[in-house]
Design a protein around this ligand. Structure first.
Ligand SMILES: Cc1cc2nc3c(=O)[nH]c(=O)nc-3n(C[C@H](O)[C@H](O)[C@H](O)COP(=O)(O)O)c2cc1C
Length: 212
């Protein structure tokens, strides 16, 4: 499937077939494809909690407006955005530093510059920490959805949940913000999708705030 076909086929699917599983192999393929998403300084500040068990999905559903898809989908992901992913000592940043040295794209003497650049971009306010985590993880989450479509799977992103309730129920550390939940699976048989929803046109999207 080319990108146009994937973009047109992906929909937020409301009803999943609880009988049709997503295998570990499929999940691994999905996550590996999505992990190709770009991130600032390649810091990849995303993680996932994978829920498959009925009890844990019901627990999440109760904190997510009772949305049936949370429990119906064979796999529901809690997407995590790490607000500390730019900090010195963070395992991903340190791995990234080692990889850059190995690749020759950074020299040991540039470490202070690198750490200072990350600090100056992502630590000038609490909003900057959050923006760093949320925008990069957003790219990852979108990649998960398109990867799911390319693998013949359906997905549904969800904001409708009690952020702090989910944090408590799943023991999620404070460094994570929770940008969304993501249900993954197959559409419930016999249910038709509603018509594709409207989108803003290019003219509505492109703006300018200066005089021509
Ligand atoms: C971040 C995000 C959060 C969303 N939260 C919910 C939600 O909690 N419940 C829901 O039914 N739909 C939710 N949606 C789905 C949107 O309503 C849907 O993507 C949009 O209406 C466009 O429809 P389409 O994805 O089928 O093209 C969410 C979508 C995104 C991207």
């Amino acid at each position: 499937m080319g990108f146009k076909a994937i973009a047109e086929k992906r929909r937020a699917v409301n009803f999943f077939d609880p009988q049709r599983d997503v295998s570990e192999k499929q999940l691994e393929e999905l996550i590996t494809m999505a992990a190709m998403a770009p991130s600032s300084f390649n810091l990849q500040p995303w993680n996932l909690i994978v829920l498959r068990g009925a009890e844990e999905k019901e627990r999440l559903k109760a904190l997510a407006w009772g949305q049936p898809k949370v429990a119906e989908a064979p796999v529901t992901l809690i997407v995590l955005a790490d607000k500390n992913g730019w900090q010195e000592g963070h395992p991903t940043l340190e791995r990234n530093w080692q990889e850059m040295l190995k690749a020759g794209s950074m020299q040991p003497a540039q470490r202070d510059w690198f750490l200072g650049a990350a600090r100056s971009l992502y630590d000038w306010s609490p909003e900057a920490n959050l923006a760093f985590a949320a925008k990069n993880t957003g790219f990852f989450a979108m990649s998960l959805m398109y990867a799911a479509t390319s693998l013949g799977l359906e997905s549904h992103p969800m904001d409708g949940f009690d952020h702090e309730g989910v944090r408590k129920a799943f023991n999620i550390p404070e460094n994570y913000w929770l940008p969304l939940l993501l249900a993954i699976g197959y559409r419930k048989p016999g249910l038709e999708l509603s018509a594709a929803k409207w989108r803003k046109s290019k003219e509505e999207i492109v703006v300018s705030f200066t005089e021509k």
